[in-house]
Design a protein around this ligand. Structure first.
Ligand code: JHZ
Ligand code: ZN
Length: 436
């Protein structure tokens, strides 16, 4: 192996020592979030509020039972539109150090998602990565996606700031730098390991405040024939299916194609291809390469977005009204089920569950318990509303009549897993009140 081909993990491990971690105790609810004065993509001021979910705790800040009586930090959750470029974004930013250094969401928690990412990695590695080529994943979490191509003749590098997850990635033999991706880090990786044939970033661009820095880093790290493949939940699906519970502090951006093209073009990246997938309530997978402009395929998406009025404030009035309607209908439904003496248990403790329960003010009186398969979440309480999170095995004692699918995006997998409960007459209800 030449120096160029040496995995960057060892050479960069020093970064871990040097990295500055700001202790959580240094953040206070008053000082931790800041308001963005202008659009993250085009810099225009005067963003228009399209949805206000009030003050909410960070969606993954699960609470230890011993801290149940302590006050929780809460931050404004206000969704805003830039009519200039069509970018939908949060009005307030909670520091990434606070949200992502210790992270309780694991990609491996869903077999369906693991398969989805395995397909992404294998298809694109086949197309873009020559023997010995470097694949870098931004937001690599527990290494689930990269491990799908571990047996290929390629070099792998994960980058993810979550320190608690790094060890899981290591157990999958995925070298991971526990840092935020940035232009300086991209330069360092390029210098040590050479340029990447493929950079993957799934469900992570929305987490990053400084998108210009990310794009500069990608531009710097990507080889001339390489591909930047990224996935983001698609704004149009969020609107069409009233997925307001996917609005939380971690998600700073809610992408349509038009602002993505603006952003990429500014950094010498050309959007080539867009595919859509049902995961996470509707996701687009975008492939960008070095270059300018965009493909005819992308033009079709831009035309559809124009027709749908995605950059027009009036499009969002219905969305906000439907969110508020759901708040009323969900609590009414839970009250009615309780009056009938039926036991309801929440299925899954996803980040979106925290938003749903807090925005709708679903107390433990209406929903006493939640189950989740993630061991790290079990034994903790949902932020804000404080439902205890039990392992799925607790369902045997809880004996639910109705399961409220807080993790509604995993409905097919959950229904398959809980077929026996269904056969015994247990009802499955989504938070948008569809009976499955
Ligand atoms: P799930 C995630 O959001 C995380 P979340 C992240 N913030 C992001 O950007 C979006 O996705 C896009 C559990 N579960 O995937 C596991 C069961 O208990 O909806 C998880 O805790 N039983 C990066 O947090 C939760 O549900 C099951 O059978 O909203 C699902 O979380 C299955 C399938 C899951 O992500
Ligand atoms: Zn803008």
């Amino acid at each position: 192996m030449s120096t160029e081909q040496t995995l960057p993990q060892q050479a960069l491990s020093e970064r871990l020592e040097r990295a500055q971690v700001i202790p959580l105790s240094e953040f206070s609810p008053d000082t931790a979030s800041w308001e963005r004065p202008a659009c993250r993509v085009c810099g225009t001021g005067g963003l228009i509020e399209i949805l206000n979910l009030g003050e909410q705790p960070p969606a993954n800040a699960f609470v230890l039972p011993k801290d149940a009586n302590n006050p929780e930090a809460k931050y404004p959750l206000s969704l805003r539109l830039c009519e200039s470029c069509g970018m939908v974004q949060l009005g307030h930013v909670v520091p990434a150090e606070l949200l992502f250094r210790s992270y309780l969401f694991f990609t491996s928690s869903s077999k369906w998602m693991a398969d989805h990412f395995s397909n992404l990695m294998n298809e694109n590695a086949e197309q873009y990565v020559p023997a010995g080529g470097l694949v870098v994943e931004i937001g690599s979490n527990d290494g689930t996606a990269l491990s799908a191509i571990r047996r290929r003749d390629v070099r792998l590098l994960g980058i993810d700031p979550a320190r608690n997850i790094q060890v899981l990635a290591a157990s999958r033999a995925i070298p991971t730098i526990a840092e935020f991706f940035s232009e300086p880090l991209a330069e360092e990786v390029a210098r040590v390991a050479g340029q990447a044939s493929m950079i993957v970033a799934c469900n992570v661009l929305g987490h990053i405040d400084n998108l210009d820095d990310v794009c500069r880093g990608v531009r710097r790290l990507l080889s001339p024939a390489g591909a930047f493949v990224f996935e983001v939940p698609y704004l149009k699906n969020l609107l069409d299916k009233t997925e307001y519970d996917t609005v939380y502090h971690e998600h700073l951006s809610y992408f349509a194609v038009r602002p993505l093209v603006t952003l990429m073009n500014r950094h010498g990246l050309r959007m080539e291809r867009i595919q859509s997938f049902p995961v996470h309530g509707g996701t687009i997978r975008c492939t960008a390469k070095l270059g300018s402009g965009f493909s005819d395929d992308v033009q079709t998406w831009l035309d559809q977005e124009e027709k749908a009025g995605l950059a027009d404030r009036f499009t969002y009035g219905v969305f906000a009204a439907l969110a508020s309607k759901n708040r009323h209908e969900l609590t009414t439904k839970l009250t009615e089920l309780k009056r009938q003496g039926l036991k309801v248990v929440g299925y899954g403790a996803p980040a979106k569950g925290t938003v749903r329960l807090n925005y709708c003010k679903v107390t433990t009186a209406l929903l006493p318990d939640v189950i989740d398969s993630t061991p790290a979440k079990q034994g903790l309480l949902i932020p804000g509303t404080h439902q205890p999170i039990h392992p799925p095995s607790a369902l045997a004692d809880l004996k639910p009549d109705v399961l409220l699918l807080l993790a509604w995006n995993h409905a097919p997998e959950i229904l398959a897993r809980e077929a026996e409960l269904k056969a015994r007459g247990c009802r499955f209800l989504t938070p948008n009140l569809e009976e499955l």
